[in-house]
Design a protein around this ligand. Sequence first.
Ligand SMILES: Cc1cc2nc3c(=O)[nH]c(=O)nc-3n(C[C@H](O)[C@H](O)[C@H](O)COP(=O)(O)OP(=O)(O)OC[C@H]3O[C@@H](n4cnc5c(N)ncnc54)[C@H](O)[C@@H]3O)c2cc1C
Ligand SMILES: *[C@@H]1O[C@H](CO)[C@@H](O)[C@H](O)[C@H]1NC(C)=O
Length: 489
Amino acid sequence: MAENMDAKIVIIGCGIAGIAAAQRLIESGFTNVRILEATGRSGGRIKSSRLGNAVIEIGAAFIHGPSEKNPVFCLARDYDLLDPKALTPENQAVDVDEGPPQVPNWFTSSGQKVSPETVEPALELFYKLLDSTPQSKSHKQGSLPSVGDFIKSEVLKRTAKKWKNKDKSSRRLLLGAINTLLKEECYSSATHSMDELDLVGFSMYQSIKGVDCTFPSGTESLISSLMSELPADLVSYSRPVRCIHWSNSESGVNAVTVECEDGERISADHVIVTVSLGYLKKHNSTLFSPALPDQKLQSIQKIGFGTCDKILVEFESPWWDADCEIIYLVWDDEEDISDHVSDISKNWIRKISSFTVVTPSERGNHVLCGWISGHEAEHMETLPEEEVRRCITELIHAFTGDHTITPKTIVCTRWFHDPWTLGSYCHPAIGCSAQDFKNMMEPLPKRGKKQPLQVLFAGEATHPFYYSSLHGALLSGRREADRLISHYS
Ligand SMILES: Cc1cc2nc3c(=O)[nH]c(=O)nc-3n(C[C@H](O)[C@H](O)[C@H](O)COP(=O)(O)OP(=O)(O)OC[C@H]3O[C@@H](n4cnc5c(N)ncnc54)[C@H](O)[C@@H]3O)c2cc1C
Ligand SMILES: *[C@@H]1O[C@H](CO)[C@@H](O)[C@H](O)[C@H]1NC(C)=O
């Protein structure tokens, strides 16, 4: 119905969800679509940069599950943004649950490099447990609330006999390796501790086949490609939205009025909100007038939103093996199984589980990416870069025993202190279920009202099983565009 194709649609946020929604609406013939973006750039949590000659990612780096089922993979392939290896059928066919495919180097806090075989029993046990978290409450472990509790109790149970005959130092090394892997999982889930992840909720996330790949010229190349096909005046940058007045709270022909920080008021028939869950948690009471319904608020509260950051470090020369893809750090002085530290301002650096090698083949450029999550990451964000650099230097000296290694340059990300994101991505916190993601994506007002679909919700944290990912965010934007398209057809 041509006369409806000029319905006024405002999208809040120019991350991948907002861009995907706009693209689908425009390609379906909607003529009155506009994006309001708080910052001066598009991409949101997709942000690439450079360190020396190396491309580094401040935000998303990997296509998780690069194969046909992943729409981000399909776009990247069609725009010719991927390495040939990522396009091979073999790469696409690998089931990611089969374990970490990267070549590791392991170092301990007493300055030793240990062989991967030495820590193999810890890896084997850890990934077996991670793959066997119960899918429903009826499971016999149903009384354990969190993934952390489950893993800890199973490790203790299963190693009591098996690792008993090992000497004290090898036992410590294995338990230390378990801690390293737990910390790495904290990063993957953007949580402070695996003790905060719902044991049953954990398996809501569905993985897609394919060995994770990166964008050789930066994830932002995907954003540039997408934006180049959209109208140049689609996005208003540096235009933060203060309040969405919905439900005819202001009189006028259109159902919704979007009030910007600069005082401008934009009327619309439909608004698609794509701001992060962190932003919704902090600003829910002022961003919507009238306030969001209780059910939506409860789910905003229940779904967790945590921090993970990267510490990118450039070295003069590599101190890792030529074929190494990931460096694991094991503290061999830790008594308990634990993935978080006690005195954060003193011990935050212990939360770094590993460094991945960013540029294995680029000549003369040796960049590692350190991974840190939780309150330890939030604390790191408050430190001057010089202090982070000093701590990283000390860390590497201790773990390699080589006091001549010095980082050249360092870049750390600060997602928790980014006022438009306020963290990294969402996770199923304890008590969180599939219903909460359903509530997140529910449009307002509820059915039956005169002017339906006034406010729609997209973004990473509204996808029921691909939350926390690029493809989840992209699909959520398309989903809300499709909701409007079918409304008018
Ligand atoms: C450190 C890190 C690493 C990650 N790694 C990966 C990875 O390897 N693979 C992967 O698949 N995913 C990864 N992710 C997750 C992925 O980046 C996100 O899921 C995805 O980019 C989210 O897109 P979005 O459009 O939902 O939100 P965003 O990209 O956050 O977009 C929301 C936009 O809304 C804007 N905004 C906020 N408030 C307002 C306002 N009041 N008015 C106007 N505009 C506003 C923001 O500025 C932002 O541009 C990572 C994320 C982080 C932080
Ligand atoms: C809504 O915002 C208020 C004020 O910032 C905050 O106290 C409250 O916890 C938020 N609610 C949810 C559900 O996050």
